[in-house]
Design a protein. Structure first.
Length: 703
């Protein structure tokens, strides 16, 4: 982890860890103890220690200064030699300068003030602060409480605070809902879900601390700017579906999906918020009566407009398919600007969900016909009976991936979020004009995320056309029949002994000593079994100046990429099967690449985007999150790997019989059999034995 990395650039799980460490550190100081920073970070992983020090040291300095101590920069230089001396001096001296300025400032003549004036001033100060946070602006409010933009007074970190209304703290059902939101939010860490940092109680006020998202919810966006095009709507729903698929994997059912609970930030990223009604899939529902939910939980028209019929009958019936229904209703609103069903009362709307025919989606917000595939997806998502819908949100993701990729050259960008002043509001009403096709692709934001998000996001990494080299598939007949992927010519025999399981969240294998030579042809192979595709992931990431990756998209489409001046990726349109052992091989020779599954060459198409700069090292099954940009670093496969081989030269040009066992030969640079069942180091079985691999958060299992 770089010492220059800011807190906002850290992975979500690291941010949460450091935030909790800082909170405990401050609580200890407030209790009258004097903890030293060194003791707090002693147990931290070395990869997060430096980032934690940059948060903790300013806190310690401020508390010591508040206690009347003089801060000596030399002391901190001795205590923390690994940190830049200039940065340490700045932390110490900035406080000293502030104190000196305050001491030398002429004091105004004391003005008499009435007790009432003093009391009002104190009250205003209290209203502007909550614990360690200074409230900047009120973002919104509802029956449950208010949400504020706030800043941590010492760390200068901007967050969002969701504060439970004070008069609700003694009402068990409201406090239980708030605590439920805290618990559910703590379980989830995904790019399309608002990250929860902490929860506190301060002088009787309960509040949840989350990341601050600079943007607006989709309900407000549509009401302000009008309905979206079909492809804009598909992209928004796709991103929400990714986040929900992940939540469902963690056994969390949201139960309140609607446009107002989907935030669209300034970079085109959709994030799910408000876990207040979420519950675990196997959890007993404490409020079984739908009437009770409608009244006591404050569920009004804005929610019942998106509620599945079975959830309206009894909330404990809500499952993954109920969230799918609500997301389908959201798709209707994004395309038309109207709820899917309307009525004079909440009961009328609920009855319409159960009994009225499903409306047709004829045209989108731009007046263009809705593509047939998207109309069929909508009809299936909002089917009356749960058994007639998609059964898993991951299935919705796969279908939306295809819809978005089919229109990749025609898709309009996501709506631009403008932090408007009243004077500019009128000129921004038509911000959703359709750009020409040439401009639309790089402005998608996450619009091609299902194809690219593994190693590239269009908003962050701009296409560079300075190099006119063209990439092309290596010679050989393309695989046109997707059934061949799972055919007989496969590494389908169960591996002997153990294999490594990767959890899709934080597991990877690192080979730091194996450096990539961009001038040399190379072949990368793995025998792998995918369990699910909850997110885009890298099977291989061989980092360096012209680093390469073999990856799958959110929908399970395999691809291969290499970073150079023209920044191209190649991706296939075939989806890899789940729960089958596959032999996956990628071969790269200059500007020619090939990708094989079970000995069959895949037909690949080009995607011209630039990849970020990285430093060397080979990663398998995922990537150290500190090695890629913070908003694109969750690249972890959900599956099992049995064997890996890295070879010099191109081993495969045409169809071949996939080996069941990878063996060493004169071209082998590194070879790993993940079958020992113990330890955190895997020996390199190549002729040189030079590159042992380190296991990070993966576990041994017997297949």
């Amino acid at each position: 982890m770089s010492g220059d990395e800011t807190f906002a650039e850290l992975p979500a799980d690291t941010m949460l860890l450091i935030n909790r460490v800082c909170n405990q550190f401050e609580e200890t100081w407030r209790d009258g103890q004097r903890p030293r920073v060194e003791s707090v970070v002693a147990e931290l992983d070395e990869r997060v220690r430096r980032a934690a020090l940059r948060e903790l040291i300013p806190l310690e300095i401020e508390y010591r200064r508040s206690a009347g101590e003089t801060i000596d920069p030399a002391e901190y230089a001795r205590r923390f030699p690994e940190l830049p001396a200039d940065w340490l001096r700045q932390q110490c001296r900035s406080d000293e300068a502030a104190v000196a300025m305050q001491a030398n400032r002429p004091k105004p003549a004391k003005q008499p003030s009435s007790p009432a004036t003093a009391t009002n001033a104190t009250s205003r100060d209290r209203r502007r602060r909550l614990g360690d946070y200074e409230l900047i602006a009120k973002l919104g409010s509802g029956g449950m409480g208010a949400v504020y933009k706030a800043m941590h007074r010492r760390m200068q970190r901007v967050v969002a605070l969701k504060v439970l209304r004070n008069n609700l703290k003694d009402r068990p059902q409201w406090l239980a809902r708030f605590e439920r939101e805290v618990q559910m939010a703590a379980r989830l860490s995904h790019p399309n879900i608002v990250t929860a940092y902490d929860a506190r109680e301060e002088k009787g006020l309960h509040y949840l601390i989350t990341e601050y998202v600079d943007g607006h919810d989709l309900d407000r966006t549509i009401k302000r700017d009008g309905p979206l095009s079909a492809h804009q709507a598909a992209e928004c729903v796709l991103q929400a579906a990714r986040g929900l698929a992940y939540a469902h994997q963690q056994q969390v059912i949201h139960r309140d999906i609607k446009p107002a609970n989907l935030l669209l930030d300034t970079h085109g990223v959709v994030k799910i918020l408000d876990m207040g009604l979420a519950r675990l899939a196997d959890e007993q529902e404490p409020l079984a009566s739908p009437a009770a939910n409608l009244t006591e939980s404050g569920m009004i028209m804005g929610t019942v407009s998106y509620m599945a019929p079975e959830q309206a009958r009894n909330t404990k019936n809500a499952d993954e398919r109920s969230d799918i229904y609500s997301l389908g209703c959201t798709l209707h609103f994004l395309l038309t600007g109207q709820p899917i069903y309307q009525g004079e009362t909440a009961v009328d709307v609920l009855l319409a969900h159960a009994n009225e025919p499903i409306p047709e989606l004829a045209s989108d917000g731009q007046g263009d016909p809705v593509p047939e595939r998207l109309r069929q997806l909508f009809q299936r998502m909002v089917a009356k009976r749960p058994e007639d819908r998609f059964q898993r949100m991951s299935e919705v993701v796969v279908e939306l991936e295809h819809i978005v990729s089919e229109a990749e050259t025609r898709i309009a960008p996501l709506p631009t979020i403008i932090n408007e002043s009243p004077a500019t509001t009128a000129t921004r009403r038509n911000a959703l004009t359709r750009p020409n096709a040439r401009r639309s692709l790089p402005l998608i934001g996450a619009g091609l995320a299902g194809l690219l998000l593994v190693i590239v996001t269009a908003i962050a990494w701009n296409f560079s056309g300075d190099d006119d080299r063209q990439l092309s598939p290596l010679a050989g007949p393309p695989l046109l029949d997707s059934t061949a992927i799972s055919g007989a010519n496969s590494a389908s025999n169960e591996p002997k002994g153990y294999v490594l399981r990767f959890d899709g969240r934080r597991s990877y294998v690192e080979v730091p000593t194996l450096q990539l030579d961009p001038q040399e042809p190379v072949t990368l192979e793995a025998i792998v079994r995918f369990r699910s595709f909850p997110g885009a992931a890298n099977l291989f990431s061989w980092l360096g100046p012209e680093w390469i990756a073999i990856y799958h998209t959110h929908g399970g489409n395999l691809g291969i990429g290499r970073r150079h001046a023209s920044g191209n990726l190649l991706v296939s349109d075939q989806t890899a099967p789940l729960d089958r052992w596959l032999h996956v091989a990628g071969a790269l020779d200059g500007n020619q690449w090939a990708l094989f599954v079970n000995g069959q060459p895949l037909e690949l198409r080009e995607l011209p985007f630039a990849m970020p700069e990285t430093s060397g090292g080979l990663y398998i099954g995922g990537v150290d999150p500190t090695r890629l940009p913070a908003d694109q670093n969750a690249r972890f496969i959900d599956g099992d790997i049995a064997q890996v081989r890295i070879s010099r030269g191109v081993l495969y040009h045409d169809r071949f019989t996939a080996p069941e066992t990878l063996t060493s030969n004169a071209t082998t640079l590194a070879l790993y059999h993940f079958n020992t069942g113990q330890g955190l180091t895997i020996p390199d079985e190549s002729p040189t034995h030079s590159h042992p691999a380190t296991i990070v958060n993966a576990e041994w299992i017997e297949p």
